[in-house]
Design a protein around this ligand. Structure first.
Ligand code: COA
Length: 171
């Protein structure tokens, strides 16, 4: 198991647990960080009230928000940690901030005896799929999978209308 202090940390970036006080700053940027899609409904305040102990926030030395990963350890699947949302500041992409957030999430999960990390993404979100693949996730292919936007996905996975690619990584 990695020593937590040895986990990758991009220059000029600090990582810490988020708190509820971070919430307004996060919802303010979320639509912009997702390229203008309306995403704020994915992040009601409850995530910053009940899931901060398994989530991470990255910030610059000037305390500018650099990224966040909201996740939890599944109450129903004792082996699984689940990443609900991960995003980084568009001005700081490609510098390892997303990887640094996920490596800490993996480390927490290992320490809690979890061996699998799961996430879902829209199959048209190619950067997200490339990012997750670079981090060692595989696209789950199962009954009902179809190739959508070039990636195996489950049509109508959420709300009976939203297509999702299922991402799985063993840790
Ligand atoms: C996806 C996202 C989180 C990546 O964050 P990031 O800080 O730029 O990622 P990193 O710099 O840590 O990159 C980690 C790896 O992913 C790869 N990667 C990241 N973005 C990529 C892209 N757009 N295309 C191809 N590869 C990409 C990097 O090359 C890197 O690989 P390496 O470590 O092997 O060199 C960021 O683009 C983002 O916030 N997107 C909008 C929100 C979103 O779609 N979130 C995911 C769905 S919940």
């Amino acid at each position: 198991m990695a020593d937590a202090t040895a986990l990758p940390t991009p220059a000029g970036i600090a990582l810490r647990r988020p708190t509820e006080a971070d919430y307004p700053g996060m919802v303010r940027v979320i639509d912009d960080w997702w390229g203008g899609r309306t995403m704020d409904a994915l992040l009601p305040r409850l995530w910053l009230q009940h899931f901060t102990g398994t989530s991470w926030l990255a910030e610059t030395t000037a305390s500018e928000l650099a990224g966040f990963l909201i996740g939890f350890h599944s109450p129903d699947r004792a082996n699984v940690a689940y990443c609900r949302l991960v995003a980084t500041n568009p001005n700081l992409r490609g510098r390892g901030v997303g990887r640094a957030l996920y490596e800490r999430f993996f480390d927490d999960a290992r320490r809690a005896g979890r061996h699998e990390v799961r996430a879902i993404t829209w199959p048209g979100n190619r950067p997200s799929i490339a990012f997750h693949r670079a981090l060692g996730f595989q696209v789950e292919v199962g009954p009902g999978s179809q190739n959508l936007y070039g990636t195996p996905a489950q049509p109508g996975y959420d709300f009976d209308r939203e297509d999702r690619t299922i991402l799985v990584r063993t840790i």
